[in-house]
Ligand binder design. Sequence first.
Ligand SMILES: Cc1cc2nc3c(=O)[nH]c(=O)nc-3n(C[C@H](O)[C@H](O)[C@H](O)COP(=O)(O)OP(=O)(O)OC[C@H]3O[C@@H](n4cnc5c(N)ncnc54)[C@H](O)[C@@H]3O)c2cc1C
Length: 304
Amino acid sequence: MREVQGPTARAGEERYDAIVVGSGLGGLVSAAYLAADGRRVLVLEQHDVAGGNAHVFRRRRKYEFDVGTHYIGDCGPNGIFPAILSGLGVRDRVTFRPMDNEQGFDRIITPTATLDVPAGWDAYRDRLRAALPEEAEGVDRFVHIARTVSGATRESLVGHHMVELFREQPDTMRWARRSRSLAEALDHCGLSPKARTLVAAQAGNYGTMPDGITFAEHAAMLDHYMRGAYYPEGGGQMLVAAFVEALESYGGELRTRCEVRRILIEQGHATGVELADGTRISAPLVISNADYRRTVLDLCGGEQ
Ligand SMILES: Cc1cc2nc3c(=O)[nH]c(=O)nc-3n(C[C@H](O)[C@H](O)[C@H](O)COP(=O)(O)OP(=O)(O)OC[C@H]3O[C@@H](n4cnc5c(N)ncnc54)[C@H](O)[C@@H]3O)c2cc1C
């Protein structure tokens, strides 16, 4: 939501500089950085624990289930996740253990081939070539555009501009456009059904078929793991704990069992939230970590 000078809180209404709806990793990172920036931040989570898909639950005091953390990419010395933790002063709270990045961190088994996926674009290309000796040219073309487009995406994540790349490699960079699907890129590279299956198999990470995802998104996912796959020692909850610690150490607040029923909007601007029990809390900035559909249709109301 766009930030505006919000209205003054009504009598008895709590007021914050920013409210974050949901304590998934996205919500917690936003909240912790806003708190580090000196804002009064409140995170509201409907569940009884923080973390969303990254939380861990236990059964019979015996089994531990890590809901959504199987592996995280790009956690080496210059990795994105370590950088996010460092910026908040909690880098030392999480130890990332590398998976078998040489032999393969993923094993793809299809009726016609098996592929162990290693880290590193060159190693990945060589492994694909070995599995698909007749399709070396198509494999090379696919890896080249995936590497270029995803490299540019990551550069933009760390604050660099992609303009030069668009100028230097316009043919390759057209695959960065949101209108280009993974299916189109597979066609463009002339890959066989066998090759397409191997290349697209890691779609399980985002759960969409090749015609339902942009090429740039698939390439970004691949690139993430090409930079090495890791597991946080202690499980996904360690990440959650680190971000909550950072949030609270900068004066932010997290409340669980607090379902937001509505994001309050006046004249097109968010002014706060209403909880399921009717309590209203005001803030000139509301960030929703709930999924997009739910945010737009339920929390904001379709009419907004
Ligand atoms: C089975 C599974 C396996 C996965 N494996 C991996 C993996 O190996 N590696 C990897 O990198 N990623 C993996 N992911 C994806 C990763 O877990 C998610 O991308 C990430 O945790 C999502 O974080 P998020 O902040 O976007 O949102 P979420 O985790 O969805 O958090 C949203 C939060 O908002 C809360 N919320 C929603 N509505 C309201 C409301 N009205 N009021 C208050 N609170 C509300 C929810 O309760 C939730 O806590 C996996 C996901 C799943 C489901």
